[in-house]
Design a protein around this ligand. Structure first.
Ligand SMILES: Cc1cc2nc3c(=O)[nH]c(=O)nc-3n(C[C@H](O)[C@H](O)[C@H](O)COP(=O)(O)OP(=O)(O)OC[C@H]3O[C@@H](n4cnc5c(N)ncnc54)[C@H](O)[C@@H]3O)c2cc1C
Length: 422
């Protein structure tokens, strides 16, 4: 009997994590293939920290994906995913190393969609001429070069555009977020302020943080945000909320949808996280194109299709830590289907948790652990040297273990961050 074919689309945090968890729980009962357009994992969360500490993230933040997968007997195929034929249980792909390859179809018994989202900078008017960001090595290097060579000491705006979250299939407990992921703007503001001071170019007073929402990082919980804003205003940061989104970027700064303007020499922007175009309009997608799943990360109408990470509709905020929790579920569900795990080990109730560690510069970081966005009552904020060490060590452990974090890793990290004051 041929083994069920599991096809994982995307090989970054959610795709690699799901493939490894499926192998861990389903063992040799399945064949697993991962398809991605690039053969490395991009460790996005530490890109801001790398540039502000003087390293090029293209050198330090790329981990070999093919080797990590091969260690678990998981195949890798480098190709652009073009579309899904759900009825035929096939995916349309085009190999993308040399250009000019034809289109092929790859079949599956189980499909895991872990393709992340498009970061829609190209939909912000004026971004190419006047915008900066840090979500990839190209843009992060462009920003640090501007800061080092061209920055005249003017005002800096840091914030998010409006996130368009789908509503179809949205569970009642999941609120509508106005920004996709606001840990990064908070992190960048804090670490940039430290970098400016260190380089004699200013400090927190140069920076205004803006958000389309009533509260920045609202998914971290009101109490956490109150403490963060309190600390930020004492440090001298400006703050602008309820902007509703970005209308355009100009040489003068940012124009918002609510009619206000923010003067800026540098506008550091996080855009709308948009699903890939070919996912929109599918029977498994919500109205914007995120993949609808239940709490077991399975599409209700097509139980052979799973989604995890930023591509899944219930991943809000778009946070790698939530995607990580979801990969565990995908692994267990497929293992249950192929008879390798009993339902009592796979169907435990789950609620997402926001866990976020953001660099503050100078060897310090903030740590947030919260589930209040999802109806829980946990809201923890810590700042200090220990969260910084954890952020750096987590990346080291991730790379050394080829993407696998030992089961004790996260509980120990949480306990130490929440009980030790360093
Ligand atoms: C600056 C910044 C800092 C962040 N910091 C944190 C943090 O501290 N903690 C945290 O938890 N989260 C953080 N995040 C969020 C985190 O990076 C994302 O949630 C995470 O990367 C999502 O993982 P993913 O695998 O779902 O998607 P992605 O990381 O986007 O990966 C998607 C994969 O799919 C591939 N792909 C996409 N389309 C195609 C296609 N058509 N064909 C072939 N391959 C395709 C891509 O090449 C990629 O490898 C941060 C984000 C940013 C931008």
């Amino acid at each position: 009997m041929a083994r069920p074919q599991v096809l994982v689309l995307g090989g970054n945090f959610a795709g690699l994590g799901a493939a490894q968890k499926i192998r861990e729980y389903a063992g040799d009962a399945v064949d697993i293939t991962v398809i991605d357009r690039k053969a490395y994992l991009d460790y996005i969360p530490n890109i801001p920290l790398e540039i502000f500490e003087g390293r090029d993230p293209a050198v330090t933040m790329h981990m070999d994906l093919v080797d990590a997968l091969a260690r678990d007997d998981i195949k890798f195929r480098q190709a652009e995913v073009l579309g899904l034929d759900i009825d035929a249980r096939q995916v349309r792909v085009r190999p993308n190393e040399p250009p000019g390859a034809p289109e092929y179809r790859v079949g599956y018994d189980y499909l895991v969609i872990a393709l992340g989202a498009k970061l829609a900078y190209d939909e912000i008017e004026g971004f190419a001429e006047h915008g900066h960001t840090v979500s990839d090595a190209f843009h992060a290097n462009r920003l640090i070069e501007y800061l080092k060579n061209d920055y005249k000491g003017g005002p800096i705006a840091v914030g998010s555009d409006r996130f368009e979250q789908g509503r179809k299939g949205k569970p009642d407990w999941l609120p509508i977020a106005l920004a996709a992921c606001e840990g990064p703007p908070v992190e960048v503001s804090l670490s940039l302020a430290h970098w400016l001071e260190e380089h004699g170019k200013g400090g927190a007073k140069n920076i205004t943080i803006f958000t389309p929402a009533e509260l920045i990082a609202e998914d971290a919980g009101e109490e956490v945000v109150r403490q963060l804003l309190d600390a930020a205003s004492k440090m001298g940061f400006g703050y602008m909320n309820n902007t509703q989104g970005i209308k355009r970027l100009t040489a003068e700064g940012v124009e918002f949808l609510d009619g206000r303007k923010l003067e800026a020499e540098i506008s550091i922007v996080f855009p709308n996280w948009k699903p890939h175009d070919f996912l929109k309009g599918l029977p498994i997608s919500d109205e914007v194109g995120f993949i609808i799943t239940d709490m077991r990360m399975r599409n209700p109408d097509h139980p052979e299709i799973f989604a995890c990470g930023d591509a899944a509709a219930i991943t809000v905020p778009k946070l790698g830590a939530i995607g990580h929790q979801e990969t565990e579920i995908v692994g267990k569900q497929i293992a249950k289907d192929v008879g390798r795990l009993p339902a009592e080990r796979t169907d435990e109730p789950w609620m997402p948790e926001v866990i976020c560690i953001g660099d503050m510069g100078g060897g310090r970081a903030f740590y947030i652990h919260s589930n209040s966005w999802f109806g829980g009552d946990t809201q923890v904020l810590k700042m200090g040297r220990l969260p910084y060490a954890q952020k750096v060590l987590y990346k080291e452990m991730f790379f050394r273990n080829h993407g696998k974090i030992p089961n004790w890793g996260l509980p120990v990290a949480k306990w130490t961050a929440e009980h030790l004051e360093i």
